[in-house]
Design a protein around this ligand. Structure first.
Ligand code: BGC
Length: 748
């Protein structure tokens, strides 16, 4: 039975109302109308154009003077920003300020872990704080608009942009995407340190076929609504000021020409009243897509689809006048686009407060920002293996440490993608931090073995081996350089680059314990190296303060608490692999015959006939939500306050969580729900809540969680968002793989 349930506001009930979608301010609206009534068509088109602020920006000043530019991307100097802003305000006829945008993705000067790393913290306050720091640092340079958060659900680590994402899960991406919006936009958008957020890339881009960037996606509407759109809806409700269309075509329709999504869904269903910008050149690229015959056609389609601003290319500028004259674009559509853009300029306070106060000191790399970045890095590191308690380093047994690997001292490469505005000399590497913090207590021998992650030369192996032989413990810092992830940096092979695997194999022969610390922008294929290592820490690209964060974890000042925001495959051929897959008609049982156990000439029916790979099996290397600690946790006494509920109820649960080890630590407790029968096939489980809980050694806490039943709604057979009555199972645990379970029922 289906319960019709209207969810518009309730769906995101967990978000703080202060940051909820703003209602239109009548004073601003009347100012917008007054301006629009005075604007010529060219001035309106000017608002819809974002130019590149390159070194020749002076040449664009006459256009600014005529009101023919509404925004700049990438003006990098605050005096220049003041100068062009002055031109716009004082010399143009209507004095409309410019909005300056830049990709401020995971820090501006102070670099925080890449978004995928931040997602591993499962900590919205850390993510919010990172965005706040980035907003404070970047707004001093005149940037009042960032192209973040990137909330594309990413299930394919070949796709280089997975590094910029918040992982594979719609709920985690929603909560953390909202946290980023809050951080960027601040408490009041008109505060000079607030910068407008941009939800990108709308939509489906993370599902690029084969993980190849810019590739087509083929996401059917139901899957789109159940998996890919929730983070975008959540940030809309949280007041995200702008959206960016993506490069991909979904089922043949490029996102920049998709009227249904831009008009009906984004504005109609969700009530978005900010503005939408195209991705760089994405409008004119609709000609390459073979979706438009020329740029004029592209402009007509995008404007009519409700795409308000064109990034960089000139199709709006060149063709809107003719298209209006030919009545192919209605003036009302242009006015609406301009209205949306002006609304955000007003909300940012750009009309009242357009200039940067250069008398104030530059707020970069403040000690508290560095402390925040370190905290974020500490919470994002995931401990994936720890045989024989290799970690934390035991000071009684270990006296000499060999630090090996291409990323132990790589100031640039620990920062990750999108770091255009930082000073790499501020980076503290693990080698620097370990030497400084622990150099007195241990003998540290540094021999990188390889100069960089792609280095194929074996020249350094001898020295690295000699260092390993002298030491009691090997710390191997490897993975991939920053440049191997990010836009247009997809890979078809996710094994360790260069001669890293060979180096680890050589080090293993010394019989010294190996701790493998991975720095990477994506899950890598590291099954063999995991087996060869005694302990494995996944540090992503941890940012400016990655070194001290890792030193604190390695030496036990802090117990790791990160959890995987994305599933790690054992083999490349398992991709795409994600925890919230459908059950299938023949789910794997775990008893399947694996390839080496198949006797010769066996008939196929004898190997299992379930959904698995003969060589990789069914399970990933590490599941979503997984991450170890230096202690152990016990989940117990799960109780459900009322196990039979209706759709307007809230489910209240409690359980006991105990730290049964000897060290203080933090656990990310995760609540998953399985909908046992639906009008469509349902995922095996879905993350619905999580909480970081600090526990002293030996401590037990009673933890409570609540879940409004309306959050169990999904788009079912009738393509409407409903809660469906039936039986549900919930699971509480420290990963998506296992936990303590209980059942509840929704009756109507
Ligand atoms: C990227 C966007 C980015 C834009 C502006 C594009 O190539 O896809 O994510 O915001 O450039 O730099």
């Amino acid at each position: 039975m289906t319960i019709k349930y209207f969810l518009a506001a309730l769906f995101i009930g967990f978000f703080n109302p202060i940051f909820s979608q703003q209602s239109k301010d009548p004073i601003i609206e009347s100012k917008i109308e007054a301006l629009i009534s005075k604007m010529t068509l060219d001035e309106k088109i000017g608002q819809m154009y974002q130019a590149v602020g390159n070194k020749k920006i002076e040449q664009l000043l006459p256009m600014v003077e005529k009101g023919e530019v509404g925004s700049f991307i990438n003006v990098e100097d605050n005096q220049l920003v003041n100068q062009i802003q002055r031109t716009a305000l004082e010399k143009s006829r209507l004095g409309i300020p410019l909005i300056i945008g830049r990709d401020v993705i995971h820090g501006y000067n102070t670099i925080f872990p890449i978004p995928l790393g931040q997602a591993a913290s499962f900590n919205p306050s850390i993510v919010e704080r990172g965005a706040r720091v980035a907003a404070i640092e970047s707004s001093y340079n005149g940037i009042r608009w960032t192209f973040a958060p990137m909330i594309d659900i990413s299930r394919d680590p070949r796709w280089g942009r997975i590094a910029e994402s918040l992982g594979e899960d719609p709920y985690l991406s929603s909560v953390l995407g909202v946290a980023m919006v809050k951080g960027f936009q601040g408490k009041k958008m008109s505060d000079p340190t607030s910068i407008a957020a941009c939800a990108k890339h709308f939509f489906g881009y993370g599902a690029s076929e084969g993980g190849k960037d810019y590739n087509s996606t083929n996401i059917p509407e139901r899957l789109l609504r159940n998996v890919y759109l929730p983070p975008f809806e959540a940030v809309t409700k949280a007041g995200a000021a702008t959206f960016m269309t993506s490069f991909n075509d979904n089922d043949g329709i490029p996102a920049s020409g998709n009227k249904f999504m831009l008009s009906n869904v984004l504005r109609g269903e969700w009530g978005f009243d900010g503005f939408v910008v195209s991705d760089w050149g994405a409008i004119t690229q609709m000609v390459n897509h073979r979706f438009c015959k020329d740029e004029k056609d592209a402009a007509e389609i995008s404007v009519n689809a409700a795409l308000d601003m064109e990034m960089v290319t000139l199709s709006y500028k060149k063709y809107i006048p003719e298209l209006v004259q030919e009545k192919k674009i209605d003036m009302a559509v242009i006015d609406e686009a301009v209205r949306n853009i002006l609304r955000i300029k007003f909300r940012l306070g750009l009309f009242e407060n357009p200039y940067i106060d250069l008398t104030k000191p530059r707020p970069s790399y403040k000690p508290e920002f560095l402390a925040d970045a370190q905290n974020a890095a500490e919470q994002s590191v995931v401990l994936l293996k720890n045989s024989n308690n290799t970690l934390p380093i035991d000071t009684r047994k270990i006296k000499k440490i060999a630090i090996i690997g291409p990323l132990a001292n790589a100031k640039h490469d620990q920062l990750g993608t999108w770091v255009m505005d930082c000073d790499k000399s501020r980076t503290i590497t693990p080698l620097m931090a370990i030497q400084e913090q622990f150099g007195k207590d241990f003998e540290i021998i540094y021999e990188p073995g390889l100069k960089f992650s792609r280095d194929k030369s074996l020249e350094g192996f001898k020295a690295a081996n000699a260092a390993a032989k002298k030491a009691d413990l090997i710390l191997y810092f490897g993975g991939e350089e920053s440049i191997l992830t990010g836009e247009a940096h997809s890979l078809a092979n996710l094994n360790l680059q260069g001669a890293q695997s060979e180096l680890i194999t050589a080090l293993k022969k010394t019989n010294k314990p190996i701790v493998f610390i991975v720095m990477a922008g994506r899950p890598l294929i590291i099954e063999n190296e995991t087996k060869q290592s005694d302990a494995l820490l996944y540090a992503w690209n941890p940012g400016t303060m990655g070194g001290p964060a890792l030193a604190n974890i390695l030496f036990g000042k802090i117990s790791p608490s990160g959890k995987l925001p994305v599933t790690f495959p054992k083999m490349l051929g398992q991709i795409p692999v994600h925890y919230n897959h459908n059950m299938t008609g023949r789910p794997a049982s775990g008893k399947e015959t694996m390839i080496d156990a198949i006797p010769l000439e066996t008939r196929t029916l004898t190997v299992g006939c379930t959904s698995y790979y003969l060589d990789a099996g069914f399970d990933p290397l590490f599941p979503f939500g997984f991450g170890l600690s230096y202690t152990n946790f016990k989940y117990d006494k799960l109780t459900i306050e009322k196990p039979t509920l209706v759709s307007t109820d809230t489910l209240y649960i409690s359980f006991e969580l105990s730290n049964i080890g000897k060290l203080d630590a933090t656990e990310v407790a995760q609540l998953y729900v399985s909908d046992l029968v639906g009008s469509i096939a349902r995922p095996v489980k879905e993350l619905k809540r999580f909480d970081r809980i600090d526990l002293k050694a030996g401590e037990t806490k009673k933890v409570k969680m609540s879940l409004p039943i309306c959050e169990l709604a999904f788009y079912g057979m009738d393509m409407k968002r409903n809660v469906e009555a039936g039986d549900f199972q919930l699971m509480i645990g420290g990963s998506s793989e296992s936990g303590i379970k209980s059942n509840f029922k929704v009756t109507q």
